[in-house]
Design a protein around this ligand. Structure first.
Ligand SMILES: Nc1ncnc2c1ncn2[C@@H]1O[C@H](COP(=O)(O)OP(=O)(O)OP(=O)(O)O)[C@@H](O)[C@H]1O
Length: 340
């Protein structure tokens, strides 16, 4: 679905809030290009400026400097009608769903069409089609209070799509949902992106969300873009400090559990591939290990060579790994530091 045509460009974008305690610079010199048809993630810690950024994209917040280009045209320089149409081309969903409690599901989805003065019959037809897409056709008469969080977000997605937007902006859309519901909502967003060609912009503080659906990602830190790239690139080699913190955070924490503990040399003699050996060991023992050194070659799916792993400090964990290696018939020996 991806093409190289930009649909949204942020050029030197800045946003400053005036508060009683002085100005707060929420965004500073943001330059980003989001391509038509992609799923673009924006990740950062709390307070980094993510929500402000996404709200500036559709002019819910008007930037204090720089420009937002939608389909190569500056929102700031558009005539009011043109700007309204451009903003209508960007649907939005939120963490707290923001459904109208007094309206049923169908009426919620029809709402943006009423605002856009669409004929009522057409509105209902379109809303029912969308409810079918999000899997809630049979709940058209239900009220938001009668729905689960995941169902509410599905209604919000249908409502956001009612005016046929080209872009769907998702501000922490799964942050209030449990992991399974999150997975199904992310799946739905991916399907919508594929089947309708809608560009999706996902704002999140969770790396797992980026990993699950995004093509590219920008990391935002303290009002600035720290790095941008394909999810693959950024995950395999984060260049910024905040990128390493977000991506390797857990791993870095795990490493601190190792201290100067026991090391084991595993020899691979071609009978097995080293990945399943390590993966099975970690899955079976539920113990993280640290790869200190590896001289292995994957030859036609089998591993030759050796690898030194470091075990956690905890003796029970160490014994678990050692007895696994023994039972699995994997050649290994304990090594001292100077043996490395
Ligand atoms: N309307 C506002 N008035 C004043 N300051 C604001 C306003 N909106 C945001 N800010 C400030 O701008 C900065 C960025 O906030 P923003 O909500 O964009 O961050 P965020 O990355 O979305 O954080 P979170 O994940 O916690 O929502 C913060 O310092 C915040 O306090």
């Amino acid at each position: 679905m991806q093409s190289a045509e930009p649909i949204i460009q942020l050029v030197g974008l800045g946003k400053e809030f005036r508060t009683a305690n002085g100005p707060i610079k929420a965004l500073d010199d943001i330059n980003l290009s989001i391509e038509q048809g992609e799923i673009f993630g924006i990740i950062g810690l709390s307070g980094a400026g993510k929500s402000t950024l996404v709200r500036c994209i559709n002019y819910l917040e008007v930037p204090t400097s720089g420009d937002v280009l939608f389909e190569n045209k500056s929102l700031a320089s558009m005539r009011p009608r043109e700007q309204r149409l451009a903003r209508q081309s960007m649907g939005m969903i939120f963490q707290q769903f923001n459904l109208l409690a007094q309206r049923n599901v169908l009426q919620n989805v029809c709402f943006p069409l009423e605002i856009a003065n669409a004929p009522k019959k057409d509105g209902i037809k379109r809303a029912m089609e969308l409810l079918e897409i999000v899997g809630l056709k049979d709940r058209a008469k239900a009220y938001p209070a009668q729905l689960s969080g995941g169902q509410k977000q599905r209604v919000a997605i249908a409502r956001a799509l009612a005016t046929n937007p080209k872009v769907l902006l998702c501000d922490e859309a799964t942050s209030a949902l449990d992991p399974n519901t999150t997975k199904s909502i992310l799946g739905l967003l991916k399907d919508i992106n594929k089947s309708m060609g809608v560009t999706v912009v996902v704002i999140t503080h969770e790396m797992s969300v980026i990993e699950a659906i995004c093509d590219r990602v920008a990391i935002i830190d303290q009002s600035h873009i720290a790095e941008v790239g394909s999810v693959k690139e950024i995950f395999s080699e984060p260049k910024s400090k905040i990128g390493r913190q977000l991506i390797l955070g857990d791993a870095a924490e795990q490493v601190s559990r190792f201290g100067g503990s026991k090391r084991v040399r595993i020899s691979f003699d071609g009978r097995s591939s080293f990945e399943p050996v390590l993966a099975n060991m970690i899955l079976t023992c539920k113990v993280p290990v640290n790869i200190m050194h590896a001289e292995t070659r994957d030859i036609n799916g089998t591993a030759m060579g050796q690898m030194v792993i470091q075990l956690p400090d905890n003796e029970v964990d160490q014994n678990r790994v050692l007895s696994y290696l023994k039972t699995a018939g994997i050649t290994h020996e304990e090594v001292k530091k100077h043996d490395l």
